[in-house]
Design a binder for this molecule. Structure first.
Ligand SMILES: [Fe+2]
Ligand SMILES: [Fe+2]
Length: 178
């Protein structure tokens, strides 16, 4: 077991959420309350799972460890692209959340923005995941010794163990600040 296997297993879950979002995009009745609840669930998923849990391990453990290695120009450029796509995804999720809130306050124009954010997110993730799975993760592991690989896997488990706690401590904080 390696950190990239943990990350690849998470990709399979993200792909399932992306498929659900694509289904939602084809759904004309975006305005029903069930669909609104789905949009908020998708925002929660992308914020806490895809970003903090998953990108958190990519950027905070794998990419950070790669930074200390003499990366080839090609691997450096792919890693920069991946980090940039994480940033774009964060912006899109923020936009999706803000559009959902505007819609909830009665702004009917927000539906078009919700669809646009969903569309951009569902377009962004499949090639991003394919680039990591097929072209980046395996060659990236070649830079590490068995001990370093073991350490990254331990760090990945520690990161995940902390996640549920972080999410709910944040939730308590948000309500305390209201
Ligand atoms: Fe990624
Ligand atoms: Fe990923």
């Amino acid at each position: 077991m390696e950190i990239i296997h943990v990350l690849m297993a998470e990709h399979r879950v993200i792909e399932r959420m992306v498929a659900l979002m694509k289904k939602e995009l084809g759904n004309e009745a975006l305005s029903s309350s069930a669909n609104q609840a789905f949009i908020y669930a998708a925002v929660d998923f992308f914020k806490n799972y895809a970003d903090t849990t998953h990108h958190g391990k990519e950027e905070g453990i794998l990419f950070k460890s790669l930074e200390a290695k003499p990366l080839s120009p090609e691997h450096r450029s792919v890693m920069d692209q991946l980090v940039n796509e994480h940033r774009i995804a964060r912006e899109e999720v923020k936009g999706l959340y803000e559009s959902a809130q505007r819609y909830e306050r009665g702004d009917l124009d927000a539906i078009a923005h919700i669809s646009a954010h969903l569309k951009r997110l569902t377009d962004l993730y499949p090639p991003h995941i394919a680039l990591e799975d097929r072209h980046f993760f395996l060659p990236a592991m070649e830079y590490f010794s068995p001990e370093e690989r073991g350490q990254m896997l331990d760090d990945a488990y520690d990161h995940d163990a902390d996640m549920a706690h972080r999410k709910y401590v944040d939730m308590v904080l948000r309500y305390e600040e209201k």
